[in-house]
Ligand binder design. Structure first.
Ligand SMILES: Cc1ncc(COP(=O)(O)O)c(C=O)c1O
Length: 372
């Protein structure tokens, strides 16, 4: 069993994908054209925010959003260290300095206290990651704190398309919300893609310049720090076909996740909270101190798993010894314990049953950990 199945996904929607691609080819306007404009409008409406500017991928979305918000070389930017290094990569590309925040052991997202600590350390911007589809539940309070401190807030929503907090979609709380449309995301293209959403007209304009050579008009370069980071028409057309399905895909993901959380009863496996609109089950991630043993057991039963993510950002080789003194106890513990089980909208119920049964019948750790 795969951890994800893009073949099933693409096959299920093949006729609407073909129609979208045909529409683009018939027009043969291939980059930044009417399909991009249409998708940007649809996605902004979905998030219920004024602007969406599509870009080439989610990492560019983070970098260009930070640049558009005024982050420059030498500035401090706060981020978590358990989210795959994407934000840190964006910060490093600008020449910024990461301030790493620890996460809550249960929700695995940053706490308000840690955000406040980062602000006190001089962060010019804070990036909050809604990880695994789990929204940072205090995001409105975090946004208020950032605003009153004059600190910019970016939401990394690459794993949380459609998640809501008190009825409001993530991406609409901060100064900017950044999305990835990598194929396996809750809303994924047929290749790379990304977007920045925001309320502010000037910010949207800047991201629009930065994604295309810094142009304010054709061949007129207005902003430094720019690049070519455009979404192509075929991806935009496919994303527009997929967007109306996002809520039902999220509902199926949540359904699988809640079956896991209700029915996986192994005492050595800690499961995430899966209730509510603040969770869209991008990844179903359990914790287990005997992770490699559980992984091996599932591998023997032909069930694929993954680890998101094995190396916290502050321990990545790119930093050498730069953060060797830094301790992020929860982040470091989670990197040893997290294990991702298969969870995707096209997953057959029989496969869901197989995963539940396989985890519950894992023999070794039940004996070792049963008394804990
Ligand atoms: C939390 C998070 N942020 C950012 C990214 C970067 O997105 P992309 O791969 O499109 O650059 C990803 C996805 O890979 C992600 O999971």
């Amino acid at each position: 069993m795969l951890i994800n199945n893009l073949f099933a996904h693409v096959t299920s929607y093949r006729s609407s994908i073909d129609a979208a691609i045909k529409r683009v080819l018939d027009r043969s306007w291939l980059v930044l054209g009417p399909e991009v404009e249409n998708f940007e409008r649809l996605f902004a409406d979905y998030i219920q925010i004024a602007y969406c500017r599509s870009v080439a991928n989610g990492t560019d979305a983070l970098e260009l959003a930070l640049r558009a918000l005024g982050v420059q070389a030498g500035d401090k930017v706060a981020t978590v260290a358990n989210a795959g290094m994407y934000t840190s990569t964006a910060i490093l590309s600008i020449g910024g300095t990461p301030i790493f925040m620890d996460v809550d052991l249960v929700t695995q997202v940053v706490t308000q206290n840690e955000v406040e600590r980062a602000i006190a350390q001089g962060a010019k911007a804070v990036v909050v990651t809604h990880l695994y589809g789990q929204a940072q539940i205090d995001i409105a309070e975090v946004a208020a704190k950032c605003r009153s401190s004059g600190v910019k807030l970016v939401e990394d929503c690459a794993q949380a398309h459609g998640a809501r907090v008190n009825g409001k979609r993530v991406g609409s709380f901060g100064d900017a919300g950044c999305f990835s449309f990598y194929p396996t995301k809750n809303l994924g293209a047929l290749g790379d893609g990304g977007a920045v959403v925001c309320r502010d007209t000037e910010l949207a304009e800047k991201v629009g310049y930065l994604r295309q050579y810094g142009w304010s008009a054709k061949y007129q370069v207005e902003l430094a720090g720019a690049r070519n980071s455009r979404l192509d028409e075929i991806q935009a057309a496919v994303l527009s076909e997929f967007l109306p399905h996002l809520d039902s895909w999220n509902a199926r993901r949540r359904d699988i996740a809640s079956q896991y959380s209700r029915r996986i009863t192994h005492p050595a496996v800690i499961f995430p909270s899966t209730d509510g609109d603040d969770y869209v089950a991008h990844l179903y991630v359990v914790r287990c101190s005997e992770r490699e043993c559980l992984r091996q057991h599932l591998r023997e039963l032909d069930i694929a798993t993954d680890v998101h993510y094995p190396i916290p950002d502050h321990r990545q080789p790119v930093f050498g010894n730069r953060f060797s003194e830094l301790r992020l106890p929860n982040t470091e513990q989670l990197a040893q314990e997290v294990l991702t089980l298969p969870c995707y909208p096209e997953m057959a119920q029989a496969d869901v049953e197989r995963v539940i049964s396989a985890v519950n019948h894992w023999p070794v750790a039940a004996v070792e950990k049963g008394g804990n």
